[in-house]
Write a protein that binds this ligand. Structure first.
Ligand code: ADE
Length: 234
């Protein structure tokens, strides 16, 4: 998988790939990270990339020209590139999107700064537009990294055996059961005794009960989905 980060601030993105799982994936040639700076494509005298909003409104909006030319160049070099814009004005990204996008060969993440991106660029180039949640970040770089990370762990070989993909929250509507590490007792607090006894069917049913409790507390709408699914399967 190749990722191209289309950003004015490469430095904000680069650090994330310098350690841990994604670094290992880059070293193993499973991922390739490229950067494209719209400023390098600006035709204005001082390499300007933004301007005040037409029709009024606070803040600066990214001009169409530098982005338009950057993305045209990207598409010219790889017509299969899948272009993703990140903005709070979009569908919320989820685990199904992560799994689906993991099958692409090349994804470009377009990060806006300032008050946003000229809508005409989005309309011309976007294959998809995602928000990562109902809050406003100072720019799209973090949102792009969040999506990139979630997609990458679904690419074959990116996770090692010890970082398995198997039963995780959002693979089913239930949130994952709590996990524990050693020691069995820490500061007088023990892991659930059932976890220690080695009866796998009992452990499974305890984990399911704990999952349901967590889901009921944190995400009641997901529990409803789970129960609907179970009664449908019966
Ligand atoms: N840019 C700014 N805020 C964002 C959000 N919540 N999701 C995606 N992109 C953004």
């Amino acid at each position: 998988m190749t990722y191209t980060f289309v950003t004015l601030f490469k430095n904000l993105v680069e650090g994330y790939f310098q350690d841990s799982i994604l670094k290992r994936a880059i070293d193993g040639a499973l991922l390739d990270i490229q950067y494209l700076n719209p400023r390098d494509f600006s035709e204005s005298k001082h390499s300007k990339v933004d301007d005040t909003a037409v029709g009024g409104g606070a803040g600066m909006v990214m001009n169409p020209q530098p982005l338009y030319d950057a993305l045209s160049e990207l598409k010219k070099n790889d017509e299969d590139v899948h272009i993703v814009f990140v903005t709070p004005v979009a569908k919320a990204f989820n685990q199904n999107d992560a799994k689906r996008l993991a099958k692409k060969s090349h994804i470009a993440f377009v990060s806006g700064r300032y008050e946003g991106i000229d809508e005409r660029v989005i309309e011309t180039f976007a294959d998809e537009v995602f928000s990562i949640g109902d809050y406003i970040l100072t720019g799209g770089e973090l949102a792009s990294l969040v999506i990139c990370d979630a997609v990458s762990r679904n690419i074959g070989g990116v996770l090692g055996n010890s970082e398995s993909l198997s039963i995780e929250s959002f693979e089913t509507p239930l949130l994952e059961a709590p996990s524990f590490s050693k020691p069995q007792i820490y500061k007088k607090s023990s892991v659930p005794s059932e976890y220690l006894k080695g009866n796998h069917s009992k452990i499974r049913s305890l984990k399911l009960a704990l999952s349901e409790n967590k889901t009921k507390y944190f995400r009641p709408e997901q529990l409803l989905k789970h129960r609907t699914r179970i009664s449908y399967e019966k």
